[in-house]
Write a protein that binds this ligand. Sequence first.
Ligand code: MN
Length: 301
Amino acid sequence: MAVLLVTNDDGIHAAGLAALAAALDDLGEVHVLAPEREQSACGHALTLHRPLSVHRWGERRHSVNGTPSDCVNLGVLGFLPERPVLVVSGVNHGSNLGDDVTYSGTVSAAMEGTLLGVPSIAVSLVEGDELEHAARVARHVAMRVLVEGLPPMTMLNINVPTGVPKGVRVTRLGHRVYSGKIVEQADPRGRPHYWIGAGPPAWDALDGTDMGAVHEGYAAVTPLHLDLTHHRALAQMTEWEPALNAALRARPRGERAPASAAAPSNAASRASASATSRDAASRPSAAPPAQPKRTRKRRRA
Ligand code: MN
């Protein structure tokens, strides 16, 4: 039976994780490998500065003292009896919509699976604790992915609204409007501290976006591409290359051309160039001052 890896960022004891594992149970051999503590908003962090330990909670159920991406790394690269055919992360308690996906531990777990070559899905419940609908949507999307596969470097991000979804919409990411300001307060000793991420979220156009779909009561399924290269910008910017190279080759202002030993040099400029060359000029028999060896080739490179 094919191995499925289920993880999350809310921790091994989260209700959303159990609901997801139960919903996928008959699609394969489900293994749960999740952080021992909540890691929400941890992003794509990996633990590289200390070893990871794994705690066994039951058959095919383990926690890791690390991040969601750590769990996926362990699961895909050898901790499980075989390489999983699917990674599903969630069900997260709270939405992971639009630009917020870059902060999300839930989404990052699916990104990690994708980067390791395993089709991966992230699932979030926008609000409330009616997990069964989100788990059900996840199950249907997972079945589809197991049959159809996903394009290379592509993962799916699912957000399910409160209550029974009216249906599913395949969407693009919405974009936040950053109207909020930092909130400055004073601690009891009068020292300032700051809150970020305060204020109600605002979004630009809702049409066709994940935010819009959820707002209208639909589950949003957004394909995300992990090749972050902007290929159109790349094509446009190739003309930057010669200009940047010319600028890098140009001497910083005020720096004189190094007097090459071979090249005939102007005595006056050599005399004023440095103490060394002044010394050399006053001793006509001395060899020309040694200069840092810079080949013409290097300067042209
Ligand atoms: Mn979370």
